[in-house]
Design a protein. Structure first.
Length: 157
């Protein structure tokens, strides 16, 4: 008779372990979101120049992720690039980039930025998929689009 309470306790522990493991499996994106949440200062921004070569832009900026899924990005070019460049026309206007909206973690290496408002009005309503990598205190972000050759690194503020 003493084995019955012991077996019940073991069964209870096994069920609790299974529940804990299954909730950990589903919390992958939440753990990743926790790594993104906060303010990030622009460390560097690489983009193709008019000559087609990738260079680092003279710029500063701020990227903010909130725990409840909001995102905001601002970048100011100290020496605004020529408007003929695809990246500046697509995301910035007059040497300034600003947008806000919501974000979703797609998997361990991508998120989607759902643009609700932007200085460049043609971005409003778009869903911009971004590939990211966390490396030390840096968050490196790039477009998955093969024709967009920019990369940006953000550091914890």
């Amino acid at each position: 008779m003493r084995k019955l309470p012991f077996l019940g306790a073991v069964a209870f522990l096994l069920v609790m372990a299974a529940v804990t493991l299954s909730s950990q499996d589903r919390s992958g994106p939440a753990v990743t979101r926790d790594h993104l949440v906060g303010a990030w200062r622009l460390a560097w921004l690489e983009e193709p120049g008019v000559d087609g070569k990738v260079h680092r832009a003279d710029s500063s900026g701020l990227l903010i992720f909130t725990r409840d899924g909001h995102m905001s990005v601002q970048v100011m070019y100290r020496n605004p690039p020529a408007e003929s460049k695809a990246a500046s026309v697509q995301y910035a206007q007059g040497g300034y980039e600003a947008s806000f909206g919501r974000y979703d973690i797609d998997n361990g290496h991508t998120f989607t930025f759902h643009v609700k408002g932007a200085l460049v009005r043609s971005l409003v309503g778009k869903d911009l998929k971004r590939v990211y990598e966390l490396s030390g205190n840096q968050l490196i972000v790039r477009s998955p689009e093969p024709d967009e050759h920019w990369r940006v690194a953000w550091e914890r503020d």
